[in-house]
Design a protein. Sequence first.
Length: 71
Amino acid sequence: MTDENTPLNDETPQEVSPAPAEDLPPLEDAPPPRPTYTRKERILALLGAIIVIIITLMYAYSIATGDLFRR
């Protein structure tokens, strides 16, 4: 009954030895580093995405109403 109420952190930690550097796989399969973008490029990408969303909504509205252009 008493071991049900004992906290988990009282257990003795198991010793784990870290793997030596020789046993690690080669870094040849590592993904290439992520490209870095400037603030200007990120703002232009955001504006481009907003414009694409607006055009998509306008097109969906024109299909729903039957008007491709305003009368």
